[in-house]
Design a protein. Structure first.
Lengths: 307, 338
């Protein structure tokens, strides 16, 4: 390889595409990355759609979800309880964060909102470092999932991965139907459209805002809890997830749930297959993709035209 | 933006005749500032203080150039740090690989920055508000990941190591600490003066008009895209100069210089100091660096302290320090507003 070239390994990529075993393995790993990203990104996109706030501290909820789940699992040994604690804990955290801090800067400059979030990224990371320590932690795979992996077309698929994908898909369906069909969903969509009118009709918009933020936090916390058995836990772990879910929401279109799903899966596949062909430039591929989408369709693949 | 814009708009009007006079005044202030900074090494033997000023020069140029975009043109760039990193890496690589004299490498780095900034800017400035922020952030991260992955050229995550050679030129030896200090101060003062001239020129007022109402600006015949691109490239040049100072100071370049956190810090500095005055970012730089140095010495939980300070400014004051001071001063002079 010439000295000035970027490292790239096309043989590994084409070799993998030719083998069904490798294809299955890489696709599942792409799905895992994608579904976790989707859970984080959909909260981000929901909060932006309704509150018009870019929640820069969203990664922290993912981090707290993972740590809450780990602690709950260590105390109770119950995987279900760990998931519940991860999701519920971050929902409460999201509600408090929105009501006490974010609600103060709604009318203000976008920069002020970003600064408040930036402040909390710093604070939350240090809080985790104080409580759980700076070192890498791991929750460990629950006993129920310590079984032989499945073989699909020669590819190895751990059963836990199937659960993870299933839970995330279920969350996507419930969320999509809930927003489209239920009364609360309608109120939320109305509040996204015209909060003044909604509040004039006697609906407490503050409550809706807090609720949406809690919901977004809960989804990110659920993602963190689901990721806890398969990822290592460290203060600052939310950050790379945040940046990636940012890319997802931007690619999919801010405020679009379908866009978040498609965007998350695209990024998952880029990461999974890109790591074969461009081992060191995988992240670069994602940013390149984001640039291309933003330049050709500034509002994202599924976003509304912003003129 | 509305609150800030209203304040800025109120502060803007200045008679054309005063422009020339205020220009001489700026030059005088710059000379005086440089004189004070240049005398400093004779008064104190403290290496730490000189180091502090050098770092202030690097970040001050960077933050003030960002204010040309954020405060004057209303372009909230989240990727301005890429030019800081580009300056550091460009200069470091040219010095390490070619061994040309320092001024040649300096100019060459600025030329490279101009080309890259023009290409990136041409793509970015078409987009509005939050999308501009996103796409600049994406470019920043693209450059960062390129630096990380292009190990053979940039040294990857280890950064440019082995030191940057700094051969003497015109009797200036940048490996001498005091010489480096004086050169940094000179670059800072010249850079600030040039940026001040840009901000006060008719072009600077065009930028303010674009910020306040881009449609109106294009109706009166201003090529908005071109004006935005011009300031994007100019700001990149000053950020790159900041990066060069940093590379000279640490005698190397590291991927963190091109990471998004540098852009984040730049924005934070601007908010800390205030974007409605020209020197606000400079004040913000000094504040942040002092904060940095004292807090890291006192506690390992740097994030919590810095976070609380940011919250104080964002939720408590709701404006930067210089904005606050200027407002307080005008209110005192003119009596209460109501």
């Amino acid at each position: 390889m010439p000295q000035w070239m970027l490292p790239l390994d096309l043989d590994a990529l084409t070799g993998c595409l030719a083998s069904s075993a490798c294809l299955v393995t890489q696709t599942t790993s792409g799905f895992i990355i994608g579904m976790l990203l989707f859970l984080v990104a959909v909260g981000l996109t929901l909060i932006f759609g309704v509150l018009k706030v870019v929640n820069f501290s969203h990664g922290a909820f993912y981090m707290f979800g993972a740590y809450f789940a780990m602690t709950a699992y260590q105390f109770s040994g119950s995987f279900a309880l760990a998931m519940l604690c991860g999701a519920a804990g971050t929902a409460i955290l999201g509600l408090i964060f929105e009501r006490v801090f974010m609600s103060r800067v709604y009318g203000a400059d976008v920069l002020m909102q970003l600064l408040v979030c930036y402040a909390f990224v710093l604070i939350f990371d240090d809080v985790v470092r104080m409580i759980w320590g700076p070192e890498f932690k791991s929750m460990g795979m629950p006993a129920a999932f310590q079984v032989a992996p499945l073989f699909i077309a020669g590819g190895v698929v751990p059963p836990y991965y199937l659960l993870l994908i299933g839970v995330a898909l279920a969350a996507a369906v419930i969320l999509g139907l809930g927003l489209a069909r239920t009364r609360i969903g309608k109120v939320i969509r109305a509040a996204a459209h015209n909060p003044g009118m909604v509040s004039a009709l006697g609906i407490n918009t503050g409550l809706i805002y807090g609720g949406v933020f809690a919901l977004g936090g809960m989804l990110a916390g659920l993602a963190g809890a689901l990721a806890a058995p398969v990822r290592s836990l460290t203060p600052g772990m939310g950050f790379s997830v945040l940046i990636e879910s940012f890319i997802v929401t931007v690619i999919g279109g801010m405020g679009s749930i379908l866009g978040a799903l498609i965007g998350a899966l695209l990024i998952g596949m880029i990461r999974s297959f890109g790591s074969l062909g461009f081992p060191l430039f995988t992240e670069g591929l994602m940013y390149l993709f984001m640039v291309i989408v933003l330049v050709s369709r500034p509002s994202g693949l599924f976003g509304k035209e912003v003129a | 933006m509305t609150e800030l814009q209203a304040e800025q708009a109120a502060a803007v009007p200045q008679p054309e005749a005063g422009l020339q006079r205020s220009r001489y005044f700026d030059v005088l202030i710059a000379l005086a500032a440089f004189a004070v900074l240049a005398i400093l090494p004779m008064l104190t033997g403290s290496k730490a203080l000189l180091d502090f000023v050098i770092r202030c020069s690097a970040f001050g140029l960077f933050a003030t150039s960002l204010n040309l975009l954020v405060g004057y043109t209303g372009l909230v760039s989240f990727g301005h740090g890429m030019f800081f990193g580009l300056g550091a890496y460009g200069f470091g690589l040219i010095m390490q690989r070619t061994g040309v004299p320092v001024p040649v490498a300096f100019v060459a780095t600025l030329v490279i920055t101009t080309i890259i900034a023009a290409v990136i800017g041409a793509i970015c400035v078409r987009l509005k508000e939050i999308y501009f922020a996103f796409v600049t952030l994406a470019f920043q991260m693209l450059i960062h990941s390129t630096i990380l992955s292009w190990v053979s050229l940039t040294g990857g995550d280890q950064g440019l190591r082995g030191g940057i050679p700094r051969p003497a030129f015109f009797g200036i030896d940048l490996s001498n600490h005091v010489h480096l200090y004086i050169a940094s101060c000179a670059l800072l003062v010249i850079g600030l003066l040039l940026m001040r001239q840009i901000a006060q020129s008719p072009f600077g007022y065009t930028l303010r008009m674009i910020r306040d109402n881009a449609n109106r600006a294009s109706f009166v015949g201003i090529d908005v895209w071109r004006a935005k691109l011009t300031i994007f490239v100019l700001a990149a040049l000053f950020a790159s100069t900041g990066g060069i100072i940093m590379a000279l100071f640490v005698s190397g370049a590291y991927p963190e210089f091109a990471y998004w956190t540098i852009s984040g810090e730049g924005i934070f500095i601007n908010m800390l100091g205030g974007v409605t005055t020209f020197l606000g970012p400079m004040v913000g730089t000094v504040l942040l660096l002092i904060l940095n140095d004292t807090v890291t010495r006192l506690t390992e939980y740097y994030g919590i302290v810095l976070g609380i300070v940011i919250l104080f400014f964002a939720i408590g004051l709701r404006k930067g320090l210089m904005d606050f001071v200027v407002e307080w001063y005008t209110q005192r002079r003119n009596g209460p507003v109501e």
